[in-house]
Structures are given as structure tokens and as C-alpha cells.
Design a protein around this ligand. Structure first.
Ligand code: ZN
Length: 296
């Protein structure tokens, strides 16, 4: 078949139709980008039907390459609402969220979302310590007892470092040689959104602060129950985060491949990162404090 591309633009409609469509003149109902079937990972690019040719799945809902993540629509709904809607999607509509790896994922925006999430996750810890310091100085002194303010600084540095490193681990471990590189990148970018449940540590922070306030009001040690409840909330949020990451990993693999090697890697590096943060960072802070104290 001969194609006269230069003339095609000025040719009659019939001539244009008979020529194979070049990429920039793709038909309107064609999938223009690399969009993958969520069930079998088949590349649906240039497809016009609503069924995956490989597995028959109804793919009408992912035909558009436009992101369904509310975070990507914040110019329309506003940044706060878009953020909260994204947290809701990641936590409660995980399946829908995982479908996003079928279409392009903006990694810069995913990183921005994670940075905001870590700020929101860390702030309640700082607030709790300040409230403890001013409402219950006795409890604060007992808390920082053996290390004074060095302990408080080291503990917060370790928590912040742990949030920064542990939430980045899935991004690096989610690799599989059988999966298209493009799909791996999208899944990796989606794991950055999986930090979303951690933005709710404010719930744990509120419980802990209520504990401080109540123990001050009633002058009795009723705060322990609130502290335990706060720790319980933190554990639930961490579990939801890990669950979301595992869903993304399984989604990327498409069910046909074993997910446990990646999940095992996730746990090993996650625990290692947390260990380094909670042991290495306090050690570094303590060393720095000793150097500063001995210098003045
Ligand atoms: Zn399919």
C-alpha cells in the first residue's frame, strides 16, 4: 500500500480514510497512550473497542489516559478537598486507586503528595511533645529523663527520618523483570500515594493530647488508656499503608505472577530502614549534641 503523506492533508476525505492513520492523526475513539488492561496487563494502545482483546475485560472505565486521582484535579476542586479525596480513595477505594497504573501517573505530583503527607504525619508528634512539655512538665521530664532535650530532639529526628525512608522503600523494591518498564514506573509512583493513611496520625495525636489534658484535669493517671489508644491508631494506619502497597504490587503483577518475593523484599528493607532510623539517627544526634556541648 502506498501512502502519500504530504498530499494526505490536502486530499479528499476518501483518500485520508484509505491511508493508515499516523499517530498524530489517531482516531478520536482510539486509546492514544500506553494504557494497560488491569486484569492481564495487555497494552491497549490504538484499541477502539470497549473489551480487552486478550482477556475480554470491559475496559470502558480506563480508556481515558486522564488520571482519576482527585489530587490531579485540584485546580477544579481545590487543594484541600483534592488531598482529602485522594486519601479517601487510597484508603477506602483501593481497587479503584490501583487501576490508575493502567494509565500514565505523574510522578512529580506523586512525590509532592507524599511530601505533604509526611508533613501531616509528623506534625502531631511535634505538637504532642510541646503540649506535654507545657501541660505536664513532670511527665515530660520523666519522658526525656535520661537524655534531656537531646532525647526529645533525637526521638523526633528518628520519627521524621523513618517517615521519609520507610515510605520511599516500596518505590525502590517494586521491580519485576517480566513487567513492562512503563507499568513498573507507574506502580512505583502509585506507591508514593500509599503513604496517604499516615496523614491521619492527627487522630492519634488528638487522643494523646486528650490523655494529657484529662490527666491534668482529674489529677490522676488516666492518660495511659489514651496513649495506648493513640498507639493502636498508629498501628492501624501503618497496617493500612502496608496493605495498600501490597495491593499495588499485586495489581502491577496482574495476578499471574508470584507477589511474595517483592513483598518479602518490601518487609526486609522496610524493617531495615526503620531500624537504621530509630537506632542510627538518635546515635548521630547524641554524638552531635556531645560535640556541641563539649565545644562550648
Ligand atoms: Zn485484558
Amino acid at each position: 500500500m502506498t501512502v502519500e503523506l504530504p498530499e494526505a492533508n490536502t486530499a479528499t476525505d476518501e483518500k485520508v480514510r484509505s491511508a493508515p492513520a499516523p499517530p498524530d492523526h489517531a482516531r478520536a475513539d482510539q486509546i492514544a497512550e500506553d494504557v494497560y488492561c488491569p486484569a492481564c496487563a495487555y497494552n491497549l494502545r490504538t484499541l477502539t473497542s470497549n473489551r480487552c482483546p486478550e482477556c475480554g475485560l470491559d475496559i470502558a472505565f480506563i480508556k481515558s489516559a486522564e488520571s482519576h486521582l482527585p489530587w490531579m484535579n485540584r485546580d477544579k476542586v481545590g487543594p484541600v478537598r483534592a488531598y482529602l479525596m485522594t486519601v479517601w480513595m487510597v484508603v477506602f477505594r483501593t481497587k479503584h486507586f490501583c487501576l490508575e497504573m493502567s494509565r500514565p501517573v505523574d510522578e512529580v505530583e506523586a512525590r509532592r503528595f507524599r511530601r505533604i503527607t509526611i508533613t501531616l504525619a509528623f506534625a502531631p508528634f511535634l505538637l504532642f511533645t510541646l503540649v506535654l512539655r507545657f501541660l505536664r512538665p513532670d511527665a515530660f521530664d520523666a519522658f526525656v529523663g535520661f537524655g534531656g532535650y537531646t532525647f526529645a530532639v533525637a526521638a523526633h529526628a528518628a520519627i521524621l527520618a523513618a517517615f521519609l525512608t520507610v515510605t520511599a522503600v516500596p518505590y525502590y523494591v517494586i521491580r519485576h523483570p517480566d513487567i513492562a518498564l512503563d507499568r513498573q514506573r507507574r506502580a512505583a509512583a502509585l506507591t508514593l500515594y500509599c503513604a496517604a493513611p499516615l496523614s491521619l496520625t492527627g487522630i492519634a495525636g488528638t487522643l494523646a493530647i486528650v490523655g494529657i489534658a484529662s490527666s491534668r484535669l482529674y489529677n490522676r493517671d488516666v492518660d495511659l488508656a489514651f496513649y495506648l489508644a493513640a498507639v493502636g491508631v498508629l498501628l492501624i494506619l501503618a497496617a493500612v499503608t502496608v496493605f495498600d502497597v501490597q495491593r499495588v504490587i499485586r495489581g502491577m503483577l496482574g495476578g499471574a505472577r508470584r507477589s511474595w518475593p517483592i513483598i518479602l523484599r518490601l518487609y526486609c528493607f522496610g524493617v531495615l530502614a526503620a531500624f537504621l532510623c530509630f537506632v542510627g539517627v538518635p546515635a548521630a544526634v547524641a554524638f552531635l549534641m556531645i560535640v556541641i556541648h563539649s565545644a562550648f
